[in-house]
Ligand binder design. Sequence first.
Ligand SMILES: Nc1ncnc2c1ncn2[C@@H]1O[C@H](COP(=O)(O)OP(=O)(O)OP(=O)(O)O)[C@@H](O)[C@H]1O
Length: 619
Amino acid sequence: MDAYDIFKKLTKGLKFKHRVIGVKNDIQPSKKDFKKEVEIKHEPEEVKEEIEIKEEIEDNDEVILSHSDNESASEKEDLQIVEGVKFGEKKKKEKKDKPEDLKKKLELEEQNRFRNEHGIKAVGRHIPSALKDFTELTSRYNIKPALVDTVTQCGYTEPTPIQRQALPCMLEDRQILACAPTGSGKTAAFLLPLFHVLGGAQGGPRALILCPTRELAHQIYRETLRLSASSSLRCSVVKKYREALRLSASSSLRCSVVKNVKESKMKEREATIKKSDIVISTPNRLCYLLNQDNVTISMDKVRWLIIDEADKMFEGSEEQARDFRQQLQQVLAACGGKQRRVAMFSATHTPAVAKWCRHNLRGLISITVGQRNAATQLVSQRLLYCGSERGKLLAFRQLVQAGLKPPVLVFVQSKERARQLFKELLYDGINVDVIHADRTQAQRDNVVRSFRVGSVWVLICTELMGRGIDFRGVNLVVNYDFPPSAISYIHRIGRAGRAGQPGEAVTFFTQDDVVNLRSIASVLKQSGCEVPAYTLQLPRDRARARRRQQHAPYREHIDTSLHKPDKRKLEGENEDQVKPKDTNSVRDAKTKNRGKFLIRNRESIAIKKKDKTKQRMTI
Ligand SMILES: Nc1ncnc2c1ncn2[C@@H]1O[C@H](COP(=O)(O)OP(=O)(O)OP(=O)(O)O)[C@@H](O)[C@H]1O
């Protein structure tokens, strides 16, 4: 490449007023250039501007031209650029920012850089800046140092991305819709602002937390106690221990979970709720209580309404979602105070929630951490084709043989199947237990406790445990039955890989699961995990997939003692037309069969007796 080529490259798209001289003696500008020169000369005003522009971009020229070693400074001076630069831009630059505007601009840029670094996206007006560390809570919002100390004592050295953005928003009284990966500390993100805003014990209730299951309600309750222990923690370091304890006891917040609302306990529950500052409940229980004639609970003082696992509440059939919306409207109407604010949290985002928030929440800030509706990056995921139901059991036993690293969570689609799998594994010598909605509350609490302390290694569960439940250090999630949707998959596998810990997830599938395979394979692919290429090219059938979300498919019994092939499958019946077995009908059938068995047994006993008497007679 000679000097002319370099020159042409550097000045591509630009026009020159004068003949270019001296770049190299042998270079003569073309006829075209002379024509341009004449044209420009007829436009004196533009030429005037051109000099100013030249001055402004001279520096740039320096930079570009400095790459050409052969050119002298005098040669550079001969270059006058008249085109290729927008005039409007120059004017903008001329307008100098006021120092305070400049400061604001810089701060904003710094904030955006900081948010990008932590994968935070926030949409809304006047968004408070994200938190750099927990001590900022004290300097910016005057939060008691004791509370910050407690947070640190809980092992939270620095805020998680959702905490960085949600905490300042809530502390500045802004309504939010927050979406952040599973296990990323959303609970603390809504609890800490509550402790600050509510201050000391006054009763009320003044904050209401709604969540989809009793288990989750109890877990939030435990986390509330842990994080609100600030005053008592402080006591341990003060000398006048008793005095401090007395003070802390009088000032600490009261929190309660709405339990079984039996007729006999109604008044008791009412009194507890009235005394509590923070009330945690499932929407059903709360609305049931509010609808009782003999109960007078005022929700007027509620300052914050938190909805955890918000998208779950809007999920399900049209009817279920409508029911929840009605319940929510009832709760909102009950919490009628002007001061009332709403914050919604979940790991997944659905249009229904976003729409509701846009219509009902003023000045909303929408916060998203990472990619929406993506699985946590901490879990390595894989799909395993098992061929048939028997193949699944075999695959699970192989996993066990290869060496399971407890604790392990195994998800199945129904209570029935949870029982069946439990029976199977019980005799395999695995330390296993089962949890589902048919077990009593005491049994469920016991199982959860045993799993937490490590006396149960493998816990078989249904969708009941799919959301929000935080078991520390779950190493493996097995989707024994394919999840009904990608959303359910994200939540299920999110029971592993929490609070920065790595985890693993295996999802079994058979031919029956092809309907949802593509959407779930896409989630795996998005997380960078390997999936068979064909799974991403399977045809979509949205209608069938939606049906799958509402009705689990029929599956063969999990029972190695029954080697019979499935009659319905042999007859080629469409699995979507087959309704899942109703628990009652199964129970009825069992009792009927048991009845037959008893009759048959009694009959045989009678025959045997007859035979014996005959024998005796013959003897
Ligand atoms: N700042 C922090 N530093 C370290 N650990 C944290 C921090 N905040 C929360 N945790 C821990 O992370 C775990 C998960 O928190 P949490 O249950 O609130 O997650 P989540 O985002 O609500 O998850 P899910 O979407 O599954 O409900 C908990 O054990 C909690 O104690």
